[in-house]
Ligand binder design. Structure first.
Ligand code: GZL
Length: 326
């Protein structure tokens, strides 16, 4: 009988040890990633871009996705190199935000031949080839341009303006947001004889270039400028001090229209130095992870996913605008 008790005691201890070790081993073993995703980001040129990167990184963590992230620092060749590394590494899915629309066919064909699906995030590519990408997750930039112009028409009506001289500071030339924001804006005002474009100048979505462009435009047109239409907040925030240095009050002497909707621009909108900010959300990470996981599972995915976006302007009580998170 005594021996039996000893055996039971030893077995119980052994079971306890095994469970403890087992638990600690399970606790220490990170869960296998559900997917290996290669992502090539344009750069870090704006608060929007930095917010987009943070949102994608957080979404990868939330969804248990292993993220290979590469920052191209505004160079297309760096994006092409990164996509080739993802192919060599045999990632499950490739995603990227193409800095410009042209020049991707070769590397996207290589991904297709390697059997790796590609998701476009934020921006689009221009190609005649079929089936190089599976989905575009990003804003309707044309609609953003339309919403900016519709605000301007309402503003001109409310001020009783019979002439509206516009200068445009554009984003990166040949990028999707630049092309479509411009098209949406000018398609919307083209029937309105009050609206005159004085000049359009490339600010490359950069704050420093926004300041340079504004200095040049002020030098040429001065108080002939009624409206500044800027394709992103970064360039707008670069332009405002130049307008003030030239002796003008932005938001009063000149109507200021911007796109992105980051916190800094919304704060300036609340001060009345910007009149309208069209939202372009950088929060695309959730849709990216869900789409990538569907592709890995062999499921069909929507070819186009547009987030819902709104307009913030001096037509509303801007004190009610919630914190933006980017
Ligand atoms: C828009 C995005 C643009 C932002 C800029 O989705 O591609 O690039 O408007 C960013 O701020 O640089």
């Amino acid at each position: 009988m005594k021996n039996m008790k000893k055996i039971v005691c030893i077995l119980s201890t052994l079971m306890l040890v095994l469970c403890t070790v087992g638990c600690s081993v399970n606790e220490e073993q990170p869960a296998e990633p559900r997917l290996l995703l290669g992502f090539s980001q344009v750069g870090s040129e704006s608060a929007w871009r930095i917010g987009n990167t943070k949102d994608i990184e957080q979404a990868a963590e939330d969804y248990g996705v292993s993220l290979m992230f590469e920052n191209a620092n505004q160079k297309q060749e760096n994006q092409i190199d990164a996509i080739r590394r993802f192919i060599a590494y045999k990632v499950d899915v490739i995603a990227f935000s193409p800095i410009v629309e042209e020049g991707w066919d070769n590397v996207l064909n290589e991904a297709k031949e390697a059997g790796i699906p590609v998701i476009l995030v934020d921006r689009d590519v221009s190609t005649d080839a079929e089936g190089l990408t599976r989905c575009l997750i990003g804003a309707d930039f044309y609609k953003e341009g339309v919403m900016a112009a519709e605000y301007l028409i309402r503003k001109a009506d409310s001020l009783g303006l019979d002439k509206v001289n516009i200068v445009e500071i554009t984003g990166t030339e040949n990028s999707t947001p630049m092309r479509q924001r411009q098209a949406g804006f000018f398609d919307t005002i083209k029937g309105d004889d009050r609206m005159v474009l004085l000049e359009s100048i490339d600010g490359d979505f950069l704050k420093s270039r926004g300041a340079e462009c504004m200095r040049s435009l002020l030098g040429k047109y001065g108080d002939g400028i009624d409206v500044v239409f800027s394709h992103n907040d970064e360039m707008t925030l670069g332009a405002l001090p130049e307008i003030e240095k030239a002796g003008y009050v932005p938001g009063t002497d000149m109507i200021i229209i911007s796109i992105d909707g980051g916190q800094e621009a919304i704060d300036v909108l609340k001060e009345g130095r910007i009149n309208c900010v069209v939202e372009c959300t950088p929060k695309l990470g959730k849709e990216l992870m869900e789409t990538a996981l569907k592709l890995k599972a062999g499921e069909e995915v929507e070819p186009l996913i547009h987030p819902v976006e709104e307009v913030f302007s001096d037509e509303q009580d801007t004190s009610l605008i919630a914190p933006r998170g980017y």
